[in-house]
Design a protein around this ligand. Structure first.
Ligand code: ZN
Length: 159
């Protein structure tokens, strides 16, 4: 995407930028073409990405059992250890949990579907999926499922 111009073919962009000193950021879309994530090489999440993480995480700390509001957007896998500044590797944490994850023996890494996997110093593993609020709707019921649902409703009403 060239600002002020629009989309450009990838091959042309690679050729045009081969000698240039440029800043390139990968953007990710869902199958419908809506932007869903943005890559960054900087350690600190850009404002838009940080806002995306807070929204995805529902404004609540991602640590299992913690209901405190998010105060920090930070890497699950540490940036110093190669963790990317990306939606998959960022999580919203409260101040206490953000400090605790830096303690000796604690590890975290991104899991599938926005989950964060935390490993404690004792080896216990906890998975924290993002809030259910943002999961897609289930597929529509099939004709057979609709008939079965109506039978169950009719049976329940007759009882
Ligand atoms: Zn917390």
């Amino acid at each position: 995407m060239v600002e002020g111009y629009g989309p450009a073919p990838a091959a042309w962009a690679r050729e045009a930028l081969s000698d240039a000193e440029v800043f390139i950021r990968r953007l990710f879309t869902d199958p419908a073409g809506q932007l869903v994530a943005m890559e960054s090489r900087s350690r600190k999440a850009p404002d838009g990405l940080a806002e995306f993480i807070v929204t995805r995480d529902g404004g609540i700390c991602r640590t299992n059992g913690c209901d405190a509001p998010i105060r920090n957007v930070d890497h699950a896998e540490r940036h110093a250890d190669g963790g990317k500044t990306s939606a998959a590797n960022l999580q919203g944490l409260c101040e206490r949990c953000n400090q605790a994850k830096e303690a000796l023996g604690w590890q975290a890494r991104p899991g599938p579907d926005g989950s964060i996997i935390t490993i404690t110093p004792t080896g216990h593993v906890y998975t924290s999926p993002p809030p259910d609020t943002w999961r897609p709707d289930p597929p529509p019921l099939s004709r057979a499922e609709l008939v079965l649902r109506d039978m169950v409703v009719d049976h329940a009403l007759a009882a």
